[in-house]
Design a protein around this ligand. Structure first.
Ligand code: 13P
Ligand code: SF4
Length: 304
């Protein structure tokens, strides 16, 4: 059954001249059929290198598919389940961002890529968890407006010494804020020889107690380091799936077994097949919004 659906997906991909991009949090079977698996920054960059395909099937959440659509206005970008959203991306409204800009004239806006297209259209530059420090450093200003993740906004400030104005004050990821200092203390006791890595979306006390703070792409690189034998992984649970697949001789232990991003898991092989067959669900970004949002995304990519 599973083998035949994989064959069907591969045949449909050829027939429709399609490519499958998947985020590192996708379930194992989706990671395995994807042409490319990566973090948000790697996926943005990959989405600029797909000239020869007509369809991009994006296995991830809606802001990621929107970013691919903004970068590829002439291609069909499909999200296999149109309920795959990121709660954090919806935490800042366009009105709130515009109001903050009005109150802070001349202060540049850095928008986390985990945001909707219309808010990105108000950004000077976009960042991901892999490059927040580099992006904020590149600004010719000591202050920056940041949305919508409070934890990433303050982390970028720690890296650069610049002052953030963060909107909203409670923007967060429900998965990464599950991790607590006690989880780290418990893991240290249980696995004294292991290293601990956490995502920048975690709370600052958790980041301070960890050995490393990395985006999911940074964790993939760290796992390949010969000095790392056992790694405790403080991010969404399926990142450890990718790490184990690529480093079968090493041990990867999720910092919490309940760190699931539910909307990342609603993509299935059946839905990927249906997406290709019926060319659904097409992600379309209004042209005016896309043209404005593309500026900040391309600025970020050019820094990479
Ligand atoms: P990465 O860019 O590190 O892959 O993170 C994306 C994300 O949604 C984290 O929750
Ligand atoms: Fe959004 Fe959090 Fe899921 Fe990442 S893990 S996609 S930030 S809800």
């Amino acid at each position: 059954m599973t083998e035949s659906i994989i064959d069907e997906i591969n045949n449909l991909k050829k027939e429709k001249n399609a490519i499958i991009l998947a985020h590192n949090y996708q379930p194992k079977e989706i990671q395995e059929i994807a042409d490319f698996v990566g973090d948000s920054l790697e996926l943005c960059i990959k989405a600029t290198q797909v000239d020869d395909v007509d369809i991009i099937v994006f296995c991830g959440v809606n802001f990621m598919a929107e970013t691919a659509a903004i970068l590829n206005p002439n291609k069909k970008v499909l999200l296999p389940d149109n309920r795959a959203n990121c709660q954090m991306a919806d935490m800042v409204s366009l009105d709130e961002l515009i109001e903050t800009k009005k109150q802070n004239p001349g202060v540049p806006v850095v928008l986390y890529v985990n945001s909707r297209a219309e808010t990105k259209s108000e950004a000077d530059i976009v960042c991901t968890s892999a490059n927040s420090g580099k992006v904020v450093d590149s600004l010719d200003c000591d202050k920056y407006i940041f949305a919508p993740d409070y934890n990433l906004g303050t982390y970028a400030s720690k890296l650069t010494g610049k002052t953030p104005i963060i909107v909203p004050e409670d923007g967060h990821c429900y998965v990464h804020t599950m991790f607590k200092a006690e989880d780290i203390e418990k893991a240290r006791e249980e696995y004294p020889d292991a290293k601990i890595v956490v995502h920048p979306e975690c709370n600052s006390d958790v980041k301070e107690l960890a050995d490393y703070v990395e985006s999911t792409g940074g964790m993939v690189k760290l796992a390949k380091d010969p000095s790392v034998k056992t790694l405790i992984v403080g991010t969404e649970i399926d990142l450890a799936t990718r790490l184990k697949r690529e480093n079968p001789d090493k041990e990867f232990i999720p910092l919490r077994k309940d760190a699931f991003c539910l909307t990342m898991k609603i993509i299935t092989l059946e839905k990927v097949k249906a997406a290709l067959e019926e060319e659904k669900y097409r992600v379309v970004v209004d042209t005016e919004i896309a043209d404005k949002a593309r500026v900040g995304i391309e600025r970020m990519i050019n820094l990479s």
